[in-house]
Design a binder for this molecule. Structure first.
Ligand code: SF4
Ligand code: FES
Length: 249
C-alpha cells in the first residue's frame, strides 16, 4: 500500500546565492526511506538536487541532514515514521556547499587533535596486539562512531563557538584513551584539555540524542573531563615530584 507525502527540500545555489524550498509530492511504500525519496525525485523528476550518500545502511556516515528539525541519517529514516509534510534541510553548524551538501572539513580536521590511532610496537616475535574481550568491551560503544557529524550539527555550543573541539572528536579521543593498546594517552589529554577542549561542553546532551550509533558523545565528554582533571593535577605535580627525587639523590 502506498501513501502520498509532500517533500519540502531546501535548495541553495552557490552561483547565485539563492535559497528556496522545492516541493514534491510522492507516493511511498512503508519501507521507503528519506534517501529513497530523494533518489526517486532526482531520477523521476530530474530535480538535480545535490546530496551525499553511499552505503544506504548507516555505515558510511555521509547522508546526514536535518529532517523535520532533527539531525538524522536519511538512509535509516523512514517516511512512515515522519509527520507530513517532510522537510529536508542541510546539517546545521556547517557552511552549505550546494543544496543538502555541507562542508565538514573543519570538524573533520578537529578529529586529528583527538590523535585517533594507537601506537603499539610491532616486533619480530610479536606482530599482533592482542586485546581481551573485557578490554574490547571498554571501547566497544565509542568504537561504533561513523563520523557522520550529526552530533556536531546538533551541538549548540559548537554553533556558537567553532573553536570548540566538538562532540565527535571528544568521543573518538575517549575511545582511544580507553584502548588497552594505546600509548599516547597523555599527549591526547594535553590537546583535549586545552582552552578549546572538553571544558567548553555544557552537557546539553543533544549530541547523544541524535547519534545513530548510540555512541553517547555527551557521556564520553564528561568522562574525558574527569580524566582531564586528573591529568592536569598530575602535570602540575610532576615538576615538584621531579625536583624532590633529584634532591634526594
Ligand atoms: S558520535 Fe555519533 S553522531 Fe557523532 S559522529 Fe560519531 S556516530 Fe555520528
Ligand atoms: S548512505 Fe551511508 S550512512 Fe546513509
Amino acid at each position: 500500500m502506498t501513501k502520498k507525502y509532500t517533500i519540502r527540500i531546501r535548495r541553495y545555489d552557490p552561483q547565485t546565492g539563492k535559497n528556496w524550498y522545492d516541493i514534491h509530492n510522492i507516493y511511498a511504500e512503508r519501507r521507503m526511506t528519506v534517501l529513497d525519496a530523494l533518489n526517486q525525485i532526482n531520477e523521476h523528476e530530474r530535480a538535480g538536487i545535490s546530496y551525499r550518500s553511499s552505503c544506504r545502511m548507516s555505515i558510511c556516515g555521509s547522508c546526514g541532514t536535518i529532517v523535520n528539525g532533527k539531525s538524522v541519517l536519511m538512509c535509516n529514516t523512514f517516511l512512515k515514521d515522519l509527520e507530513d509534510p517532510v522537510t529536508i534541510e542541510p546539517l546545521r553548524n556547517f557552511a552549505i556547499v550546494k543544496d543538502l551538501v555541507v562542508d565538514t572539513d573543519a570538524a573533520m580536521e578537529k578529529l586529528r587533535d583527538a590523535l585517533p590511532y594507537t601506537t603499539f610496537s610491532i616486533t619480530k616475535s610479536r606482530c599482533e596486539s592482542v586485546q581481551t574481550p573485557k578490554q574490547l568491551e571498554k571501547i566497544k560503544q565509542t568504537s561504533q562512531c561513523i563520523k557522520c557529524m550529526l552530533c556536531v550539527s546538533a551541538c549548540p555550543i559548537y554553533g556558537l563557538d567553532y573553536n570548540f573541539m566538538g562532540p565527535a572528536a571528544a568521543a573518538i579521543a575517549y575511545r582511544y584513551n580507553k584502548d588497552s593498546r594505546d600509548h599516547v594517552g597523555e599527549k591526547r589529554l594535553d590537546s583535549l584539555t586545552g582552552r578549546n577542549g572538553v571544558w567548553k561542553c555544557n552537557f546539553v546532551g543533544e549530541c547523544s540524542n541524535v547519534c545513530p550509533k548510540n555512541v553517547d558523545p555527551a557521556g564520553a565528554i564528561q568522562k574525558m573531563k574527569v580524566m582531564g582533571v586528573l591529568h592536569c593535577i598530575k602535570s602540575a605535580l610532576k615538576p615538584k615530584l621531579k625536583s624532590k627525587s633529584k634532591s634526594k639523590k
